[in-house]
Design a protein around this ligand. Structure first.
Ligand SMILES: Nc1ncnc2c1ncn2[C@@H]1O[C@H](COP(=O)(O)OP(=O)(O)OP(=O)(O)O)[C@@H](O)[C@H]1O
Length: 582
């Protein structure tokens, strides 16, 4: 929580001026009953029209000055709250960029989205209301009490009893409702998560006719959110009847006492009206204070959640400068007894993996679903830190390399093709921001995406929509491959990223990759033997373990897991193999 004050400190002047102008407004509000009392006790009692008109003009002047103070306070409060929320949103966004995949997996994107949007909006609202009303309401309440004392001591004692009782009630309800607001925001996370999952997977939902199940699941979460909101609402709503009952009892006692004093001749009617007005002002302010407290509770619960994101420290640290020199004679990539377990997962996804790859080699990685292929390649670009063992690039532990160095060296095309809103050129420049158009076209040519881009209006200037949704799946894949090629990586990883390509394009792409200038080391993750058969080295994974490594021919002889994968895809060869013909 303390962390968030830093963002408000930048708006120190506004944060001081907003309540200050609000207090000025309060001074005028508190003087109104005194002026009204004078109109009654002097103007009306003496039938002095001149005095009444004069005081009436004073009232109008006070209202005008009060209103300008109120506008000015609103202006400063809005500047401070919006500015603080903008800085906070930026800071949270920047902080999230530093998270490793482990932190992102652990906290989850849905809650991050809610915290960056709804939670920060609630904080903004809380700051705005707090700056304007947090001082105003108590000031009016206490001011009314003081003014009541200046009018009549005995009657003012009613205020002295009523006000502490009201505060106790308000604080009690506040303490009960704060933890509940956190639960509401967590339920909102779940609704956001479901909404995201359902909207992004809407095509699959329709294809599997799962609309009804989706609607039911959403309804369940939504109802839970409503139930929690209603529960918190009911508790918070207790504030209003509680304050009303107390204030009305106090008013009745006040009028009874004041009436008695008027009869005794120790008080004027105008003073009774003034006391009643102070009591009425207190009611309005206490109701405002009650709803302010609800808003502030909500804002504090949300601020806690936002601060929770800022409190997360990344577990992955990169050195500022490389702490060792690359050894050109060493293997390009080397895994030494590597094991890896995802945070929070019970079982390890990779166990005791060792292999080495020379510069320029093509490595195929094959294995059944969930055997650890993507996990293995994600360790090369240090998306995760190994649990045991070491991953080396050119003889250096990846942990000794700077972030920039790793990302300059390794180009990875992931299973899911992600493109961003913007022109094709902008997307290609993610690979290398200084890439010329001709370098981009070269990469597009290798990725078999040249024709795709040539067919679009404006070619490299063609605007992609969010996630590249105005392209087909295959077109997206080719563009993501081109994007990785633009930076001319020393190590290129294609993580099952040729799956949406037809056979002819797949073959042409592989040929083009093989003909790349320089010595690119390529990792091809595939479920299809045909896709990796020509590789210099094939790694066969089975349930997180390395079941074999070697060329296709070597593995056909030595690795049963590989043979089984091969025969499942080429069943006609099984008989030949059994007859010893291959
Ligand atoms: N972020 C994650 N958190 C926890 N477990 C994960 C995570 N990602 C993958 N796993 C688990 O790690 C194991 C290996 O997953 P991985 O994605 O590497 O498999 P894969 O061989 O690439 O599968 P596929 O061929 O289906 O893409 C699986 O059991 C999976 O459930």
């Amino acid at each position: 929580m303390k962390k968030l004050w830093v963002y408000l400190k930048e708006y120190k002047t506004e944060s001081i001026l907003a309540p200050l102008f609000k207090l000025l407004e309060v001074v005028f509000d508190l003087l109104v009953p005194v002026v009204v009392a004078k109109i009654i006790d002097i103007g009306i009692v003496n039938n002095d029209h001149g005095y009444i008109v004069k005081m009436f003009l004073v009232l109008i002047l006070m209202a005008a000055v009060g209103l300008s103070c109120s506008f000015t306070a609103q202006y400063f409060a809005a500047r401070a709250s919006v500015g603080c929320a903008t800085n906070l949103r930026q800071a949270v966004f920047d902080h999230i960029q530093g998270f490793s995949f482990t932190e992102l997996d652990t906290i989850g994107t849905d809650t991050l989205i809610t915290r960056m949007t709804d939670d920060i909006n609630q904080v903004q609202n809380g700051i705005n209301m707090g700056l304007r009303l947090l001082l105003r309401s108590p000031f009016i309440v206490i001011g009314s009490m003081i003014m009541a004392f200046t009018i009549n001591f005995k009657c003012a004692l009613v205020f002295v009893v009523a006000i502490p009782l009201l505060f106790v009630g308000v604080i009690f309800i506040m303490l009960v409702s704060i933890p509940l607001f956190k639960k509401v925001q967590a339920a909102l996370d779940r609704v956001t998560g479901l909404t995201r999952e359902n909207l992004t997977g809407v095509r699959v939902i329709r294809a599997f006719c799962r609309e009804e199940e989706s609607v039911n699941e959403f309804e369940k979460s939504n109802t839970e959110l409503t139930r929690l909101n209603e529960f918190v609402g009911r508790i918070s709503a207790l504030l209003n009847p509680f304050t009303y009952v107390l204030i009305n009892i106090a008013t009745v006692i006040l009028i009874a006492r004041a009436g008695l004093q008027v009869n005794l001749g120790t008080m004027h009617q105008g003073q009774v009206v003034a006391l009643y007005n102070y009591m009425a002002q207190m009611i309005v302010e206490l109701i405002k204070l009650a709803s302010l407290i609800i808003t502030l509770n909500k804002a504090m619960a949300c601020a806690d959640r936002v601060a929770g994101v800022l409190d997360i420290r990344t577990t992955m640290h990169y050195p500022e400068t490389p702490s060792a020199k690359a050894d050109p004679s060493a293997n390009e990539v080397e895994f030494d007894k590597v094991s890896f377990t995802y945070a929070g997962a019970g079982a390890s996804s990779l166990s005791d993996i060792s292999f080495s790859v020379k510069k320029g080699q093509t490595v195929g990685i094959i294995g059944g679903t969930g055997c650890g292929k993507s996990t293995l390649v994600s360790l090369i670009s240090r998306f995760y830190d190994v649990t045991c063992g070491t991953v080396k690039l050119n003889g250096r532990n990846v942990k000794e390399l700077t972030n920039q160095e790793i990302h300059d060296k390794v180009g990875i095309v992931q299973q899911r093709s992600v493109l961003f809103k913007g022109s094709i050129r902008d997307n290609m420049k993610w690979g290398n921001e200084n890439a010329s158009d001709s370098e981009i076209w070269d990469a597009l040519k290798v990725a078999q995406a040249k024709e795709v881009v040539e067919g679009k209006d404006g070619q490299l200037d063609f605007m992609l929509e969010q996630n590249g949704k105005n392209l087909s799946g295959g077109q997206r894949q080719r563009l993501t491959i081109a994007r990785a090629l633009v930076k001319k990586p020393e190590i290129l990883i294609l993580d099952d990223s040729l799956s949406a390509l037809d056979f002819a394009t797949d073959a042409a792409l592989r040929k083009a990759l093989a003909g790349l200038e320089g010595e690119t080391t390529t990792f091809l993750v595939s479920q299809r033997v045909a896709g990796i058969r020509q590789a210099d080295k094939i790694l066969v994974l089975d349930n997180g373990e390395l079941a074999g490594s070697g060329t296709h021919d070597e593995l056909m002889k030595s690795c049963e897991v590989y043979r089984e994968i091969y025969f499942s895809q080429f069943p006609e060869d099984r008989a030949k193999y059994e007859r010893g013909e291959m």
